[in-house]
Ligand binder design. Sequence first.
Ligand code: NAP
Length: 317
Amino acid sequence: MRAAVRDRYGPPSVLRVEEVPVPSPAAGQVLVEVAATSVNLSDWETLRGSPLYARIGGLRSPARRTPGSDIAGRVTAVGAGVTRFRPGDEVYGDNLALTGGFAEYAVAAESALAHKPGGLSFVQASTIPQAGAIALQGTAGAGPGRRVLVNGAGGGSGSFAVQLAKRAGAHVTGVDNAGKLDHVRALGADEVLDHRRQDFTRCGPYDLVLDLVAHRSVLAYRRALAPGGRYRCVGGSVPALLRVLTIGWVAGRLTGRHLGVLAVREGPAHFEPLARLVLAGEVGIHVDRTFGLDDVREALTHVGAGRARGKVVVRIR
Ligand SMILES: NC(=O)c1ccc[n+]([C@@H]2O[C@H](COP(=O)([O-])OP(=O)(O)OC[C@H]3O[C@@H](n4cnc5c(N)ncnc54)[C@H](OP(=O)(O)O)[C@@H]3O)[C@@H](O)[C@H]2O)c1
């Protein structure tokens, strides 16, 4: 089969498409003929090995040769003990533990996958698992009268998060670079801020901040929150995340606010609710561009360079 492979961390040029053996599913695993794999910022981070948390499992060189986690495709074989799927089933899920999505076939744990709804194309389904779980958990607590801010609102998770917070009745502010602010407005944001020109921590206060790209000081985040407010970050620089986990936790407790890193729970129970909202027409999927497997480097660069509005998808077949 054809697969994108790399042997070291580095820029997109370390990635090449070559012939490799089709993997075999072990017990509890499923072999998927991949139709589409969406790109997440986490793919860019694990390609480059930066921030440092992207090297978990492989400090010096990548533990997995083929990146790509948000897959959608068709089951072609199942390992021992698999009960929920059989060959021919259409599935989708976040294969973060095993990756391998930028390839014609990938093995995934049965527990990572869900049956793909017939109303979603493979491309659409591949956009949901990781970004959907982040957005659903990151906007928990949004509701009428609450002021919600999403930092990184124009990307994959942010585009879902803005819509979810808006649908919950919150007043939503979206922060991203100037080129994405029209997109963020179109998602329903009440206010938009250009992060290169405006400092959101001085524009609040907010009841809930979901930060996809944390890199500021704890004092700045604390300043952005109303009394009782909650700041959750999911990604960003390692020093910023460590500061939030340590000083942030203490500073929050002392001042009646909550600052923390959101450890996103994965799996179908955490992304299927978003698929249901999409099917009901309550949340939209925004695919910025699709690429072929041969253009996987360009697909990753498009996301890594911050050009994507919403999601980018690699069509494998
Ligand atoms: N905590 C967990 O358990 C967990 C699980 C999975 C993933 N993650 C993490 O979640 C993060 C979000 O992923 P994603 O796929 O949604 O990312 P994405 O699609 O790339 O979206 C991030 C957005 O933030 C914007 N941005 C960059 N720097 C910014 C700044 N300083 N201020 C405001 N906006 C900025 C980006 O645009 P520009 O670059 O053009 O500015 C982009 O639009 C990743 O870091 C990933 O590792 C965490």
